[in-house]
Design a protein around this ligand. Structure first.
Ligand SMILES: *[C@@H]1O[C@H](CO)[C@@H](O)[C@H](O)[C@H]1NC(C)=O
Ligand SMILES: *[C@@H]1O[C@H](CO)[C@@H](O)[C@H](O)[C@H]1NC(C)=O
Ligand SMILES: *[C@@H]1O[C@H](CO)[C@@H](O)[C@H](O)[C@H]1NC(C)=O
Ligand SMILES: *[C@@H]1O[C@H](CO)[C@@H](O)[C@H](O)[C@H]1NC(C)=O
Length: 656
């Protein structure tokens, strides 16, 4: 009876809350309960004993104690066993409660300091150097705009660090040299006397991008020293330095000491403007810094050298791409689901991605350098050495979240339930010999509309056994119906980026659909988000909406460090084998008879959880991903760029 009650209590509370914390509470609770019941039994039975029974034996304290330990041990074992099975509650519940905890821990350390002095100390502690000159103005700029992040700018530090191994003069010359030849597809923003301007000669089609960057810099340009900055005008990242070379550079950096305040100067070098002039030959051919690698698979000769020598990217070659590579997904997964978002974007342990993403299969424009170059890019795959900056795409509202009476964004539960939406073009890479079959956008289309050959494995409640959840095979014919899904996942207008033959085949395979107004998205509960040729420009709008973004991505942006998957958005594996189970969790599952009537509800929809993610993402956009936050990030980044390109950089630093 006691064991039963205790077990029941433990089970109930762990189902209810699903955290280890409550599990341990329940264990202690059951121990307490067992003790209580035995004490009651002792008091109750004692008077009923006949005098000739050996009362002392029955009442011996050691005996009671032994019994108590055995019982509580047994009930704890049962609970621990259930915890180990981990199917007592759905893995997404675990991931969501972990996400909540991770985010509050992250936010706690991201803004520890409450004044400039603390921020300076914290900077020295984290980044093993003094903050750059102008840090006090940056601090004021950030706090004036109520930045919720003051201390954690790890991405900037990581991006800039390798350049410490290069002389300031070399960095300046490379910047000027790259931007002096349009073939490089890199364009400059020039800051002189506190005013930022785009370089004169830029491809007209890409000029908006550099003008957009100037818009972001404008509000704080007057606080910047004279500098040039080289921006990648392509979507794809540009710099992939092999792992061994980065290690070598790293060695030269690690020996630096941290200067005390009295040896620091806060004054930028004189005549910085003169130092940015391009010296040497004006022959443009001498300023080609990249190697053309478009339209071919780049995984093995460009990407994998950036990985450690013992990584799978460098030691394994996957031949059969038709099978799911379970070991490739395993390091970043909890069962079918993405557990570690950052790791899931690291292709070093995932050699199967060589044929599962347009960027690896056949990038549409890819001029790459395997030498370290100071190129500022909007997004990159992990392993690349581009310096990330907040894209102008979002700052100047190339796609804007702009609901209206005509296109309202109702709260999650008021939206059409179980509706999944995606519209886009086949822009992830260029397909010439059937490469489209592996690209993630095309795979998404195929999964949603044409995936009729195989059964899929979906995690669903499973009553006949003692496991509450189990992977069950569902036929693809009935999957949409079982999950009551209303999917609208189509190519907008026509197939793009392909040879004639591949265009025809894809059009036949996928069909096309008329373009829809971007603001139509908000009708749907679940918005799929995938990479294009680079990062997805729509993601921030999806995040701001009251819909739930389902995001699969190889590319990472400046903002990824501040986002928590399973709290702000729903992460999806690049293989998308988790898609149906994830949708089943949020939208519920039923079985139907031949006439389409519901026979049985297999799983109730998790509306509360869906709404939570929709609203948390939205709230976070308004707190930490505002236009102001893009400026604050960029300001701090450019102070670092100013310092690292200054001849006196080792003595330069902010002091109180
Ligand atoms: C911060 O706000 C104060 C008060 O409005 C203003 O004087 C100061 O110039 C602002 N600082 C920056 C860097 O924007
Ligand atoms: C550089 O070295 C440090 C310390 O040895 C290490 O933590 C860091 O990961 C290295 N960076 C790279 C890019 O390998
Ligand atoms: C800066 O340039 C001016 C004018 O060219 C020159 O007079 C001055 O000496 C330079 N200062 C330094 C520190 O090089
Ligand atoms: C795939 O699905 C789309 C959308 O439903 C349809 O237009 C197309 O004909 C299908 N392709 C094949 C080969 O069945």
């Amino acid at each position: 009876m006691a064991i039963f009650l205790a077990t029941y209590m433990g089970l109930f509370s762990s189902l209810w809350v699903g955290t280890k914390f409550f599990l341990s509470i329940s264990i202690f609770g059951s121990i307490f309960l067992v003790a209580l019941l035995h004490a009651t039994g002792y008091l109750y039975f004692r008077p009923a004993l006949t005098p000739d029974q050996d009362a002392t034996k029955l009442l011996s304290p050691t005996r009671w104690l032994r019994l108590f330990f055995i019982l509580s041990f047994a009930s704890s074992l049962v609970l621990i066993f259930m915890q180990r099975r981990s199917t007592v509650y759905h893995p997404i519940n675990t991931l969501m409660s972990d996400a909540k905890r991770d985010h509050s821990q992250w936010i706690g350390q991201a803004k520890q300091s409450t004044n400039l002095e603390e921020a300076t100390k914290e900077y020295r502690k984290r980044y093993n150097q003094a903050p750059p000159p102008g840090f006090d103005i940056w601090y004021q700029y950030a706090t004036n705009r109520s930045s919720v992040i003051i201390d954690d700018y790890d991405q900037i530090y990581k991006d800039i660090l390798p350049f410490r191994a290069m002389e300031p003069k070399v960095l300046r010359e490379l910047t000027n040299s790259m931007t002096s030849n349009q073939w490089n597809e890199v364009a400059a923003v020039i800051v002189r006397g506190g005013v930022a301007k785009p370089q004169a000669e830029i491809k007209p089609t890409h000029r908006w991008m550099i003008e957009g960057v100037v818009e972001i810099i404008k509000p704080f340009a007057k606080h910047l020293p004279d500098m040039d900055i080289a921006f990648n005008i392509n979507d794809e990242p540009r710099v992939a330095v092999p792992w061994e070379k980065i290690q070598e550079l790293n060695q030269t950096i690690n020996d630096r000491e941290q200067l005390p305040d009295d040896r620091l100067t806060t004054k930028w070098s004189d005549n910085r403007s003169l130092s940015w002039a391009l010296s040497g030959s004006n022959d443009q051919n001498t300023h080609k810094h990249f190697v053309e690698n478009s339209f071919r698979n780049i995984y093995h000769h460009i990407f994998s050298p950036t990985c450690p020598p013992d990584s799978k990217a460098r030691t394994e070659f996957i031949w059969d791409y038709s099978k799911l590579c379970v070991e490739c997904a395993e390091p970043h997964s909890l069962e079918q689901f993405v557990k570690n978002w950052e790791l899931s974007g690291d292709a070093c342990h995932q050699p199967d991605l060589a044929w599962l993403h347009g960027f690896f299969i056949s990038p549409a424009s890819f001029k790459v350098s395997q030498n370290l170059l100071p190129v500022f890019s909007q997004s990159k795959a992990i392993g690349f050495n581009d310096i990330l900056y907040p894209s102008a795409w979002n700052y100047i509202d190339k796609v804007k979240y702009d609901p209206s009476d005509e296109h309202p964004d109702h709260p999650y539960t008021k939206k059409e339930s179980s509706s999944v939406f995606w519209r886009g073009t086949t822009s992830e890479g260029r397909s010439e010999n059937g490469g489209w079959k592996g690209m993630s956008r095309q795979r998404l289309l195929h999964l949603a509309n044409n995936h009729t050959a195989n059964d899929v494995s979906v995690l669903l409640p499973y009553t006949p056994s003692d496991t509450p959840f189990a992977y069950q095979t569902v036929s693809t014919d009935s999957i949409s119906k079982s999950l009551s899904l209303n999917t609208s996942i189509y190519i907008a207008e026509s197939v793009a980026r392909c040879s004639d033959r591949d265009c025809d085949v894809q059009t036949k395979e996928f069909g096309t659909s008329p373009r829809v107004d971007f603001q139509d998205h908000w009708k749907y509960r679940f918005l799929f988000d995938t990479d294009g040729a680079g990062f997805s420009g729509r993601f921030l709008s999806f995040l701001e909406s009251r819909s739930v973004p389902f995001r699969t991505a190889l590319f990472r942006q400046w903002l990824d460090g501040r986002l928590t998957p399973w709290l702000h958005f729903v992460p999806q594996d690049l293989r998308m084998h988790d898609m149906w189970s994830t949708l089943a969790y949020f939208s519920g599952a039923k079985t139907h008879d031949d006439d389409g009537n519901v026979v049985k509800v297999l799983m109730e929809p998790h509306d509360r959880e869906g709404e939570m993610i929709a609203e948390e993402g939205r709230k976070w956009v308004h707190q930490a991903l505002r236009y102001e936050d893009m400026e604050i990030y960029f300001f701090r980044l450019l102070l670092e760029w100013g310092r690292i390109t200054d001849d006196a950089r080792d003595e330069l630093g902010f002091k109180l």
